[in-house]
Write a protein that binds this ligand. Structure first.
Ligand code: KG4
Ligand code: ZN
Length: 336
């Protein structure tokens, strides 16, 4: 139940290949979260085709927004703010959501809030929970990011580590392609890995020194070299073992650095965010390691890990409280 004092934000997300709209109350209670995925369209190309993504967003945006309002049983005039992702992401795709959100805010005379995609992913940790609050150490792992973020407060965060090359999700997608698995590779690798031995092949764990950065390009090359060498030598290595050993190497790197960063910065709470955080293997590994180190772990439900608009609405709520509104001539941006 909501009342008139509750802040209801309608948010739109179109940064990559999901068209999504959501209504969230007070940054926490998700009352609707509609996601129209284009993944079947892009799968035949082995990855997201930016021009097709923009066109698909244009086709579905009004339907998705109307459905989010219907499901929330909220009339446009009952909303308190309109929010949208304005970057980083695919420019043409972002512009579709941004233009739609601007026209809604202008037409309804509502405050307009622009949110960064990374900030949104972090805020997935507040959805449908009441007790999880900053400060905490957040690992953001998606197709575009692998970052360790010290979340000091709702609007105050510091990047303490990031990937020096590929993002973790990108490594999953590229290795999946070499194993002839369809896009997106993460869930496919996870399925195959469940049938293999994670200790079968000793793939490298990148050593980036004492800092909290990551590197996955060496691991990706090691998998490619291993597969090529096996082919040339005519040895048969089960794909399941390759997937399981690769996944274990990624998970080890992510857990080790996150636990070390939490300890260095004196955090007693850890959170995961981003599409790769939907991996059950990663979630289990974090649960065990955080338990061992007496750290409280927050895992957003899987639908809030991959791209969705509910997380955008949550991030926007905290900007709303700070009266951090955007002008209607704000632009989209592709890189952070
Ligand atoms: O956050 P997201 O939906 O989009 C970006 O902002 O990039 O993340 C997509 C990424 C893809 O690389 C996909 O392969 C990966 O998340 N992913 C997974 C799993 N589910 C999605 N990676 C590993 N295991 C999964 N179960
Ligand atoms: Zn994302």
């Amino acid at each position: 139940m909501t009342d008139n004092l509750d802040i209801k934000v309608l948010a739109i997300e179109t940064s990559c290949d999901e068209t999504s709209a959501a209504v969230v109350v007070n940054g926490r209670l998700c009352v609707s979260n509609v996601i129209s995925s284009q993944v079947d369209t892009h799968r035949v190309f082995g990855g997201v085709v930016p021009e097709i993504a923009s066109r698909k967003h244009t086709e579905s945006i009004s339907f998705v927004v109307d459905q989010a309002l219907d499901m929330a049983k909220v009339k446009p005039l009952q909303l308190d703010a309109i929010a949208v992702t304005n970057g980083p992401g695919l420019i043409g795709a972002l512009v579709v959501g941004l233009s739609y959100a601007k026209s809604l805010a202008y037409g309804l005379r509502l405050p307009f809030i622009a949110v960064s995609h990374l900030h949104s992913h972090i805020c997935a940790n507040y959805l449908d929970t009441t007790g999880f609050e900053p400060p905490f150490m957040c690992l953001v792992v998606s197709g575009g990011h692998t970052s360790l973020v010290l979340v000091k407060d709702y609007l105050d965060y510091e990047f303490v580590g990031q990937t020096r090359d590929d993002a973790a999700g990108e490594a999953f997608d590229k290795v999946a392609r070499t194993l002839d698995l369809p896009y997106p590779g993460g869930p496919e690798i996870e399925k195959l890995a469940a049938l293999g031995d994670p200790r079968a092949i000793a793939f490298p764990r990148a050593n980036t020194g004492q800092d909290f950065d990551f590197s996955f390009s060496g691991l990706k090359s090691a998998v490619l070299n291993f597969l090529n060498k096996s082919k040339m030598q005519g040895t048969v290595v089960p794909r399941e073992d390759v997937a399981a050993s690769f996944q274990a190497a990624v998970i080890d790197a992510l857990t080790d650095k996150t636990i070390a960063a939490a300890s260095y910065y004196g955090c007693d709470k850890v959170a995961l965010a981003g599409g790769v955080a939907a991996s059950s293997a990663l979630r289990q590994s974090f649960a065990a390691r955080c338990d061992e180190h007496r750290l409280r772990l927050n895992l957003p439900p899987k639908t809030f890990c991959t791209d969705n608009a509910a997380m955008v609405a949550s991030a926007a709520y905290y900007k709303y409280l700070a009266r951090d509104f955007a002008p209607l001539d704000i632009n989209a941006y592709s890189r952070s």
